[in-house]
Design a protein around this ligand. Structure first.
Ligand SMILES: [Zn+2]
Length: 194
């Protein structure tokens, strides 16, 4: 990730932050006389299953407008992880589930886009949805029905295939994914080795 270049408070050009003679991995605004951080954003998602089908939303926002994705978005201040995932699900697909019904499913880091993501899972027993203002459409797709040619983030297809596998087997682990430039580890937490 390129470092933050301008101060989000005053707009001045930032310099590398030097602490005790060492250049740190964040920037410094000499006008505000304050460090300026560029910490990873947290993305929360929810895999919602009805039988062996998963809920997808068709994005109506750039980037990837018109492509399909698992519902999710950025965690907001003041929310727990599950609350954020439940809010995104409601905003994008009109499905209201209490945060307590979401079960932790996957965690991951994608260092080259400076994101951390946390996925939950939940089950529903109807195909009800109501596409929100950020969605063109929603649908429950089986693995075979899924428009794989038209997914918004093929980089994480492996996690979605895993979710279909878990639905087929009825056995759910918690998964950890670590994506760095040129390397991708995706394993159940119990088997993860760094
Ligand atoms: Zn500043």
């Amino acid at each position: 990730m390129p470092p933050l270049r301008y101060c989000p408070e005053c707009g001045a050009a930032l310099q590398p932050h030097v602490v005790a003679g060492e250049t740190r991995n964040h920037s410094y605004c000499s006008r505000c006389q304050a460090p300026r951080y560029d910490h990873p954003m947290v993305v929360v998602t929810c895999f919602v299953a009805n039988g062996n089908r998963l809920l997808w939303v068709q994005r109506d926002l750039e980037p990837k407008r018109g492509a399909w994705a698992i519902p999710g978005g950025y965690l907001e201040a003041g929310e727990t992880l599950a609350q954020g995932a439940a809010r995104e699900l409601h905003e994008e697909a009109g499905i209201a589930l209490p945060a307590e019904q979401l079960q932790l499913y996957m965690t991951g880091s994608i260092t080259f886009i400076n994101q951390v993501y946390v996925a939950f899972r939940a089950t529903v027993d109807s195909d009800y949805y109501l596409a929100g203002v950020e969605s063109q459409d929603c649908a429950f797709f089986s693995r075979e029905q899924c428009p794989w040619q038209d997914v918004a983030y093929p980089e994480v297809n492996e996690t979605i295939v895993q979710a279909y596998d878990d639905l087929d087997s009825g056995s759910f682990d918690v998964w950890q994914a670590e994506m760095t430039e040129g390397r991708y580890d995706f394993l159940p937490v119990s088997q993860f080795r760094c």
